[in-house]
Design a protein around this ligand. Sequence first.
Ligand code: FES
Length: 161
Amino acid sequence: MAERNGSPATEPRNEVSRRRWIDVVLGSSVVAWLGAVVFPVLRYLTPPADEGGASKATLTDAQRVELKAKGFLILRIGTDRVLAIKDGDVKVKALSAKCTHEGCTVQFQASEALIWCACHNGKFNLDGRVLSGPPPRPLAAFAVAGDLTGSVTISKQGGAA
Ligand code: FES
């Protein structure tokens, strides 16, 4: 009898405790699932930071060596992709590497002395003007200070996109 009297009094307390424990586990699982799904989606949808609002870059030694050897280089300035091209022996010119059609990254074709977009066969001359294909506008120009005998700094011009 003593057990009977003791059992009903303790069982509801255990059940409440068990329910609370299950609620905590389920709640934690939902929060963990939301974190695993929602955070990557939000991170994907958020545009990348502008790396401190960079609007210019000075080429590193390695970049200058690569530019001398290959004749071109694609680098980032903030969120912009920039195509730097060796112009003569030491001069450098720089254009946006983002095609004005649908935004693909353009490529420098040294053998044909032009800039080519592989996505839809758009072609630009070395000043960025459209030669053929669907691009509606020329490639934006970037300002270049210095040359390959010393330091080279590339910066956005007023209207560069
Ligand atoms: S994205 Fe360059 S030609 Fe279409």
